[in-house]
Design a protein around this ligand. Sequence first.
Ligand code: FES
Length: 117
Amino acid sequence: MLKKLLGLFGKRPVVVPDAAKLVEGEARTIEVGDLGSDGRQVLLCRVDGKVHALDTECPHNQGGRLIRGPLHEGRYAICPLHNYKFDPATGEAKDVACGAARTYRCEERDGRIEVHL
Ligand code: FES
């Protein structure tokens, strides 16, 4: 599910309600701001009970994006263009020579996810 959140840049975190909807081993995308200008798309992933946030822009720089849905082996975000996988905790690529995906600090509290962009 794609969720659009507007205008929440700066020091205030982006707040995503219903953290429980992000189940173990899954990824969900959110859009923050205007994607036509300074907005971005963020992938939220839950691994070992912890939520991680990655920019969906693939560091392979061939135009792919990390996608929502089940994580590879329940642990790795996937870019389907060349099937690269990324560790949501560190952004590092798995088993390929590629830069790391951009990560964002995020916290889960009171049933919500706070993403610090
Ligand atoms: S662009 Fe993502 S794996 Fe190639």
